[in-house]
Design a protein around this ligand. Structure first.
Ligand SMILES: [Zn+2]
Length: 169
């Protein structure tokens, strides 16, 4: 099932999500649906709040279906270690059409549970490191625009409000 993506302005995106505690068939189905919804939206990461489900759950595939081993499920993720700096334009499926350069650590190690509840650690660099941080922040109710200058963020919010008024958001 493909879920519609919740857009900026919906409060579910800005509140901390609830931990995943049950790793059952229902969760497996949700994870499958999240991958499907992410691919449909042409994204490389999707957090459950972005489909209106306030759970500490995210999926990532920075290869966009090229490498099945690159499909990652992050339940209850925590950032363990970060290193270096890397600046790259960043966007979010919940804030479509906008992209802004964001400086983040180049290398990031996370700890998370997979779809079966098994804990694992994984280190990613550049795009994967960025995805780890971006998706983990979603689960804290934090959006990437919080890393922009107040000026840039306000400009973006003004443009979004205009789109909302025009019924185009
Ligand atoms: Zn996002």
């Amino acid at each position: 099932m493909i879920y519609p993506i919740v857009k900026f302005g919906n409060p579910v995106l800005e509140k901390p999500a609830e931990p995943v505690t049950v790793f059952d068939d229902e969760l497996k189905k949700l994870v499958e649906d999240m991958f499907e919804s992410m691919y449909e939206a042409h994204g490389v990461g999707l957090a459950a709040p972005q489909i209106g489900i306030s759970k500490r759950l995210a999926v990532i595939d920075v290869t966009f279906q090229e490498d099945p081993d690159a499909k990652l499920v992050l339940a209850n993720p925590e950032v363990l270690h970060t290193e270096g700096k890397h600046t790259q334009p960043e966007g979010c499926l919940s804030i479509p059409e906008f992209r802004e350069p964001v400086t983040r650590p180049r290398k990031v190690t996370i700890r998370a549970q997979d779809v079966n509840g098994k804990w694992y650690e994984k280190t990613g660099e550049e795009l994967l490191a960025r995805a780890f941080l971006h998706e983990t922040e979603h689960l804290h109710g934090k959006l990437y625009i919080s890393h922009l200058s107040a000026l840039k963020r306000d400009l973006m919010k003004r443009k979004i409000r205009k789109l909302m008024k025009a019924g185009e958001w």
